[in-house]
Ligand binder design. Structure first.
Ligand code: HEC
Ligand code: HEC
Length: 305
């Protein structure tokens, strides 16, 4: 396996490597042939710092042999292992194969552990301390960057601990969210509602649903326009998990709270995506994660099997 983009680089790099190695031998040969004329006391005649002289001794034989040995070793190494351009080496060793083997071994070791977990239902598994310790680690590695290390989310990223669900909080729905990912899609609705004033009226009607501070005259005027929203958010504004449309009557706000945020939402809409995890995590890992996430909003006696 090589990452070279053209056929030129592999022989080029291999050639440089071999020239470098042969250069070492050449250096040894040249220096061993060149005799420095020594004076009677066997010094080269160079003097530093007034009285520091240089002896003219040959290289120690053990050193020369070690030098030759390293050259021979490097040549044998380059025959056996990848190192010369894209040549793969006689032993066919690669970091990729080694990694894959380690992963396969780890998977085999973990299989009995995970099969214990998959045998249990999510509700029961969420009370299993070993499984939940693994679930927490999986969450930290794969989910925390978006949902936060405490799973409380942030703007645009849902809180997974509050029992308030865009797509449903049953074990099956949570597993489905993780496996397939989710795409929340609210189209821009400004035109469907009417002019800027109508949008402001509907926004005030939405605020009135959760008893948030609002202009009650505007809310009254906006009420009839809410029919444009009812298809997804329900006639009562309590949302619809089939559409991933949030409940607008509670005080949980995914995209910000207040008249301005709601007006922006109506005018601009929103596409909000959770990436599918099925290619990244095994079905057993997703099962453990579903139990971990389910357990976050089902603390207490309910979590016990
Ligand atoms: C790249 C960011 C990102 C990552 C990584 C991510 N999520 Fe999400 N997740 C989101 C977003 C955004 C949503 C909301 C989608 C929407 O608006 O419909 C979401 C929604 C969800 C939901 C549905 C919530 C509901 O209210 O119905 C669950 C459950 C969930 N994620 C769990 C996880 C788990 C478990 C992981 C780790 C394996 C994970 N997510 C990783 C961004 C992410
Ligand atoms: C086609 C379905 C659809 C229609 C129609 C629709 N919405 Fe939405 N709305 C959604 C979805 C889905 C989301 C969640 C987006 C996400 O996943 O982040 C949402 C989110 C919102 C939010 C943000 C809630 C929060 O927690 O921050 C507000 C406010 C809102 N809608 C108001 C409205 C109003 C008012 C209308 C009518 C004018 C409307 N929506 C029409 C699907 C719809």
């Amino acid at each position: 396996m090589s990452d070279f983009t053209s056929g030129f680089w592999s022989p080029y790099v291999a050639g440089l490597t071999i020239v470098g190695i042969l250069g070492c031998l050449l250096l040894l040969w040249v220096t061993s042939r060149k005799k420095v004329p020594a004076s009677a006391d066997n010094t080269t005649g160079h003097v530093w710092d007034e009285d520091l002289t240089e002896m003219n001794n040959p290289l120690p034989l053990w050193w020369v042999w070690m030098f030759i040995f390293t050259v021979v070793f490097s040549l044998l190494y380059l025959v056996a292992f990848p190192g010369l351009g894209s040549y793969e080496g006689k032993l066919n060793w690669s970091t990729r194969a080694e990694y894959e083997q380690e992963m396969a071994t780890a998977k085999k070791e973990l299989e009995p552990l995970y099969s214990q977990f998959t045998a249990k239902k999510v509700e029961e598994l969420s009370g299993d301390l070993t499984a939940m310790a693994i679930g927490e680690r999986l969450f930290m590695n794969n989910c925390a960057q978006c949902h936060g290390s405490d799973a409380r989310g942030g703007k645009g990223f849902p809180n997974l601990t509050d029992g308030d669900w865009l797509h449903g909080g049953s074990p099956e729905k949570i597993a489905e969210s993780i496996t397939k990912g989710r795409k929340g899609n609210m189209p821009p609705m400004g035109a469907a509602v009417g002019g800027a004033d109508d949008v402001k009226n509907v926004a005030n009607y939405v605020l009135s649903l959760s008893n948030a501070p609002h202009d009650s005259v505007r809310a009254q005027l906006g009420k009839s326009k809410f029919t444009a929203c009812a298809a997804c958010h329900g006639a009562d504004g309590k949302g619809n998990t089939m559409m991933g449309a949030p409940n607008l009557t509670d005080d949980t706000w995914l995209h910000g709270y207040g008249e301005q945020a709601i007006i922006a939402m109506i005018n601009n809409g929103k596409v909000n995506e959770m990436p599918a995890q099925e290619g990244k995590l095994t079905a057993a890992q997703i099962h453990v994660l579903a139990a971990y996430v389910w357990g976050l909003s089902h603390k207490g006696p309910a979590a016990k099997p």
